[in-house]
Design a protein around this ligand. Structure first.
Ligand SMILES: Cc1cc2nc3c(=O)[nH]c(=O)nc-3n(C[C@H](O)[C@H](O)[C@H](O)COP(=O)(O)OP(=O)(O)OC[C@H]3O[C@@H](n4cnc5c(N)ncnc54)[C@H](O)[C@@H]3O)c2cc1C
Length: 180
């Protein structure tokens, strides 16, 4: 598969990027599993080039992307603003915005958009405006996220980090390597 490089990687803080060389995902009941391990393939690679993926904190990724957008220019970012309301625009003698979405962001600014892209999560205001129905329910389950320091075998040395995910009836348990 060809690499796709949009050019944002150089803006990511690389001291906070953790490469890993293997990923093990298994079912807690049947023990069915899938492994991604570069060294188990017949691919030959130079030492240190057996990375299958990188673990990057969302904040680092988002901040890298924002820096890249800033460098590209031509785009205005309304940081720390919330979409408060979306309606269709007015129809006047000069201008007919009745089929245009008008987005009101915090502070009262209103933006009329010919194209409105919704990438706003589970309770998407854009989806609601578009009248797209969704179904959801409470599991009811809580998630716990913590940073732990692991010693001993099975975790990989300094170079060979392994990501583990195990799926149980009560929910998934994941142990994912992050940079120290
Ligand atoms: C603990 C955890 C672990 C997960 N692990 C995995 C995994 O291993 N693999 C996997 O594939 N998925 C995983 N997921 C799920 C994955 O994170 C989500 O499916 C994905 O992030 C959804 O992306 P999204 O862009 O639709 O929404 P989001 O990532 O929720 O982004 C929505 C954005 O819209 C913004 N927004 C919302 N409303 C407004 C508003 N009114 N005005 C302005 N901005 C607004 C929010 O602030 C947010 O930045 C995990 C989720 C959690 C919580």
């Amino acid at each position: 598969m060809a690499d796709i490089d949009i050019g944002a990687w150089r803006f990511v803080e690389h001291s906070r990027v953790q490469p890993y060389t293997s990923m093990q995902v298994w079912d807690g009941l049947t023990d069915s599993r899938i492994s991604f391990d570069w060294s188990a393939t017949e691919n030959s690679c130079a030492e240190g080039e057996n990375t299958i993926a990188y673990m990057v904190e969302n904040l680092n990724l988002a901040s890298g992307l924002l820096k890249y957008i800033d460098e590209l220019g031509g785009l205005r970012v309304f940081d720390k603003s919330k979409v408060e309301d979306i309606t269709t625009g007015p129809e006047t003698e000069e201008l007919n915005l009745s089929s245009w979405p008008v987005v009101e962001v915090s502070g009262g600014r209103r933006l009329a958009a010919r194209l409105l892209v919704g990438a706003d999560g589970a309770n998407s205001p854009v989806r609601m405006f578009a009248g797209i129905k969704s179904r959801g329910w409470d599991y009811p389950t809580h998630g716990v996220v913590a940073t732990v320091q692991i010693e001993g075998n099975g975790w990989g040395g300094n170079e060979d980090k392994v990501a583990y995910q195990r799926f149980l009836p009560t929910g998934p348990v994941a142990l994912l390597p992050v940079s120290l």
